[in-house]
Design a protein around this ligand. Structure first.
Ligand code: ADP
Length: 648
């Protein structure tokens, strides 16, 4: 073929114009695009080589070389991948074969900023070279063709390009960028290494650059760095996630985790999968062993990195993982997304939504698996034999508890955030209870132990485990042997707003509303309570009057056994504990007054009637109820004064 000059397809010319005018602010991406093309070319050779080993010729090791020449002002990216025939060079580098090109072109507005965004989504690929180069020479030879069938393609990026036959012994492609005058910064080993590290570290084939050494200047000239002829790999070449599972050792998984998470400790567990179907991707997701110091910063970068075909796209891919799973680290690598995917596109893409859902489910099943093997409360089965555990199961023992201790509070946020998975999340919750201090009671465990006739899962929220355990509100439940979950986590009450029931059984706070234990209370008890309410009516009215600034209502209760009084909130109201927490955090809490419930059987309450100290006793009763649940009287000094007056 003698030298010919051909015109670009109209769309290419248009795209080239845009690329050079709009992508200037982010021009280093050209290297990522060209290395990605080189890597694709090697992938293609690998694929065709499966059926035709001769394509490898005598160079079996696929690689990419990046070289620069300061004097000539060129930067060259060479691969020994599949290469291009003459016709392929004309077709692939002169036209855009991509579907949707027309549509894309019609969306361009002429506004540089808006268009730059669009081009990013479209993917500029090879043409991005023209951001930094005013001329590009491509020299290529397709694997399997003779050395005489090579091609040289040259273009200044305006309307046309030249092609001619080239004799080229080496298979594959060299893209030679003749850099613009203002692109000198890319004639620098460190700069190039840094860009490669940023975008292409996980490209699975080696990217080589020539080492440099310092050479003193002669005749008082300044010294300079000169090439040594020795090449070294500058990327980590470790796209671990794309390799088959069985080829990867545990140690490699752990090392990779450390590299991407900057964690010193090994992860708790991981899952590595290739997801197939409508949306295809690889996922390698890790659950760390320890919570990071900034776990509570909901705005921090997500730990999951998005790759498209092994090229790093972004690591604040919030779109890939819900906020309540922000502790998850790992890599998702999609073959379907465009390389230059933007944040906006990420959020809109159906593929990304499918990836997010799939990855969320994967994390939940990892947790379910750990939970299943968490043999903390492993009790012998009905036949008296504890299940046999194999070595693998054994390794997972206790891991869920340690996960939960680190990340349980964050996981609970999911109840309010991820309605679709609420049921699965509910099964993963663990609490302490009046029957177990170890904080490993699941709602299913609780349900299995419920008393005959018990209609609700009871819980109490408090600041500390001691306050919860000793709360007067539990007295009746203790007396009747009804288990109550003890919740001491800050997010508990908030998160339970989103969980009204578990497996058909409602969750009920013991500190909210009137107690109704249904059939668990016998007729005699109910009757006694009704009678007490009747006889105490005048006393209750007096108490209400005395405490009208503090209590919404005063009523007789059956929930107390040993204590004289306790505070409850109206059904659906915010607990006094949560209101207190909000106030401490400087936030406004609704000023709802609690209800004072008194134990008609208690001697102190019986003494009230007719006492000359009625007013003091009423206030003491109220303040003590507040103290008992970990609160403080509004006026502690007044409380002390009243008690002392009585003591004296
Ligand atoms: P894309 O890579 O998205 O298809 P590009 O504009 O980057 O778009 O490249 C167009 C085509 O040129 C590629 O699809 C490929 O066929 C060919 N090509 C580009 N670079 C190389 C290379 N280094 N080796 C072989 N073919 C290449």
């Amino acid at each position: 073929m003698s030298k010919q000059t051909l015109s670009f397809q109209a769309e290419v010319a248009q795209l080239l114009h845009l690329v050079t005018h709009s992508l200037y602010s982010n021009r280093e991406i050209f290297l990522r695009e060209l290395i990605s093309n080189a890597s694709d070319a090697c992938d293609k050779l690998r694929f065709e080589g499966l059926n035709n080993a001769a394509l490898y010729e005598d160079a079996p090791n696929l690689e990419v070389r990046v070289a620069f020449d300061k004097a000539a002002k060129t930067l060259t990216i060479t691969d020994n991948g599949i290469g291009m025939s003459q016709q392929e060079a004309i077709d692939h580098l002169g036209t855009i074969a991509k579907s949707g090109t027309k549509d894309f072109m019609s969306k361009l507005s002429g506004d540089q900023k808006a268009d730059a965004q669009l081009i990013g989504q479209f993917g500029v690929g090879f043409y991005s070279g023209f951001i930094v180069a005013d001329r590009i020479t491509v020299e290529s030879r397709r694997a399997g063709l003779t050395a005489e069938e090579g091609v040289r393609w040259v273009s200044g990026g305006a309307g046309d390009f030249e092609v001619e036959t080239l004799s080229r012994a080496q298979r594959g492609t060299s893209v030679i960028l003749h850099l613009r005058d203002d692109a000198d910064e890319f004639l620098n080993l460190w700069k190039l290494k840094q860009i490669i590290g940023k975008y292409s570290d996980h490209i699975s084939l080696p990217i080589l650059m020539e080492k440099e050494e310092w050479k003193e200047g002669e005749d008082n000239q300044p010294g300079t760095m000169v090439p040594t002829g020795e090449w070294e790999t500058v990327n980590k070449a470790n796209a671990l996630w794309t390799r088959p599972k069985k080829e990867i050792t545990e140690e490699q998984y752990v090392d990779f985790y450390k590299a991407i998470s900057h964690d010193f400790e090994a992860p708790l567990t991981w899952a590595h999968n290739r997801v197939e179907g409508n949306t295809e991707y690889n996922q390698l997701l890790y659950i760390p062993a320890k919570a990071p110091f900034d776990l509570w910063n909901r705005d921090k970068k997500a730990g999951v990195k998005l790759y498209v075909k092994r090229v790093f796209i972004m690591d604040d891919a919030e779109a890939l993982m819900p906020t309540y799973l922000r502790f998850v680290k790992g890599v998702i690598d999609s073959a379907d997304l465009p390389l230059n995917v933007s944040r906006e596109l990420l959020q809109e893409s159906r593929d990304v939504r499918a990836i997010r859902e799939g990855s969320t489910k994967r994390v939940l099943s990892m947790l379910e698996d750990l939970a299943k093997h968490d043999r903390h409360d492993a009790a012998p089965g009905a036949d008296g034999v504890t299940d046999v555990v194999d070595a693998d199961d054994k390794a997972k023992e206790g891991k869920y508890s340690s996960f939960y201790a680190e990340f349980g509070s964050v996981l609970k946020e999911g109840l309010g955030e991820d309605f679709g998975n609420r049921e699965r999340l509910a099964k993963l919750l663990r609490y302490a209870s009046t029957q177990s201090d170890t904080a490993h009671v699941s709602l299913a465990d609780y349900k299995a132990r419920m008393k005959d006739g018990q209609e609700a899962i009871y819980y109490i929220t408090a600041d500390t485990l001691a306050a919860a355990k000793n709360s007067p509100q539990l007295e009746l439940f203790k007396k009747k042997g009804i288990e109550v979950l003890l919740m001491t986590d800050r997010v508990d009450e908030w998160s339970l707003n989103y969980l009204n029931e578990f497996d058909g059984t409602p969750l009920q706070s013991v500190a909210k509303g009137a107690v109704d234990l249904g059939t668990l209370q016998d007729e005699a008890e109910k009757k006694a309570a009704e009678e007490a309410a009747e006889t105490f009516k005048p006393l209750l009215a007096k108490l209400k009057e005395a405490l009208k600034d503090k209590a919404e209502d005063v009523r007789v209760t059956t929930r107390l056994v040993d204590s004289p009084a306790c505070l409850v909130v109206q059904d659906g109201g915010m607990s006094t504990q949560l209101a207190r927490m909000l106030k401490q955090a400087g936030q406004s809490a609704p000023e709802a007054k609690p209800v004072l419930e008194v134990n008609a059987e208690h001697p102190l309450v019986r003494k009230l009637d007719g006492s000359v100290h009625f007013n003091d006793l009423a206030h003491i009763l109220f303040d003590q109820a507040l103290l008992a649940e970990g609160g403080l009287p509004e006026d502690p000094a007044a409380y002390v004064k009243r008690v002392n007056a009585l003591l004296a």
